[in-house]
Write a protein that binds this ligand. Sequence first.
Ligand SMILES: Nc1ncnc2c1ncn2[C@@H]1O[C@H](COP(=O)(O)OP(=O)(O)OP(=O)(O)O)[C@@H](O)[C@H]1O
Length: 517
Amino acid sequence: MNKTLTPRLELLNITKQYPGCLANDDISMRLSPGEIHALLGENGAGKSTLVKSIYGVVSPNSGQFLWNGKEVEIKSPSNARELGIGMVFQHFSLFETLTVSQNIELCLSKAQLEAIGSLAEKITELSTAYGLNVDPERLVHTLSIGERQRVEIMRCLVQDVKLLILDEPTSVLTPQEVSGLFNVLRTLSSQGCCILFISHKLHEVTEICHSATILRGGKVIDTCDPRVETPATIAKMMVGDLAEQDAGYSKKTGTENLLSVSSLSQDSSQPFGTSLKQISFELKKGEILGIAGVAGNGQDELMAAVSGEDNRKLKNTLWLDGDDISTLGAAARRERGMAYVPEERLGRGAVPDMSLSENTLLTHKEGFVKNGWVSWNAVKHYAKSIIEQYKVKCHGEFSEAKSLSGGNLQKFIMGREIGQKPKVLICAHPTWGVDVGAALAIHQALLALRDQGAAILLISEDIDELFLLADRMAALCDGHLSPVVKTEETTIDQIGQWMAGTFITPETSNNHQETAA
Ligand SMILES: Nc1ncnc2c1ncn2[C@@H]1O[C@H](COP(=O)(O)OP(=O)(O)OP(=O)(O)O)[C@@H](O)[C@H]1O
């Protein structure tokens, strides 16, 4: 990285105003060739808006972009790609039924394809050069999440990327995959590619980034060299002093069984989903049971089966407080004291076009509906209290869910479900995309709920968070559940290996029949 070179991209006074929200306020920034630059800030600080402007998805109201010193207009993603800007989003946009090569071909122009010649050969060549291990002939639905991410990176590489933007790239990867990704990024950087990296995981920023820009309230409030900072000093720049630090919470031993799952086997209802295979575990009162795993290994199916959202009836499979709930629907299970936070916040955790108050009523009737009448004042009061307690950045309880930044909506949904004081809370990825300050608040709320006697099933891809919060742990791989062990008696390495399926034997992999009613 050479800071004296003409910047690869220079942002001058970029401003983006949404109705009622100044998301980017006069932002200026320089990105040099070979630099790995972190874009940091609390939820709603304006990071996604800024990178979407750079990639031509959002058009700023004012400001300039200089590409290699020359002013350019970036009107669309194809415009951005022509310049050499590539972006890997959190949610991949690959067609499952096509091969890797076909997916990559779709985003190339005729001229680019002609220049490349054999695309499959080019992919194999780049795969070897960067250690990506991407096979051009594989169908995408057979790939793990980590492999799909590498296909997205490959899609940028074949277009000769000069600036690669990654939005929270590590939240879906195993620890081993994270180190593989970092090796690829280091190689790209050594060849002069500039990388812009959004992350809330500050230890990763100090490990891999050369520079960082910190946003707050849409403005640049600080810059730093992460190599000479610590995660704690960067957190302080982002959100001010954290009164308490997230460190070593005490582990608890649960008491009686609240939720029992016995030999749960079910085919996925999705074409490329994962079938559940003989899953059994006990979730106890006063404990957090963590389930690790890379996304796509049966987490969605497990959550849907336990919550009742998957309405195919089961038989003798699920017990809540000693009662068989296998044939009950989702609403009946909620009435018995279960609450859920699904991974997908927009669409399943919240209805995008509804206000936060209306979204509250969707999952929470107790105290709000009397004799068939909704007490809207009570609903609004509850939604407002969640907004205040979790510092949800929005205009108020009337804001539509879709107008909130990802992390702010996550805080609202977590608050809404924890506030119901459930007997059993099942939550997927509770702090996904949430900033350090809000993650601390959510962790403490989960621990307080556990200490009041709730049983919490925590499904997450964030292994550090699982080690921090879970009292017992297991891993899910290809629909199989590993043994459940006390967190204090296992290691990140062992759980990482279970996430890759080392506990699956030929007998367990063949021995499963559906437990349908
Ligand atoms: N389409 C929209 N309409 C209105 N306001 C919006 C829209 N998109 C984003 N905002 C607002 O702009 C601000 C910045 O949002 P942005 O998504 O850029 O934040 P962020 O830093 O990426 O947050 P997070 O870490 O939670 O993803 C937020 O206050 C958000 O509510």
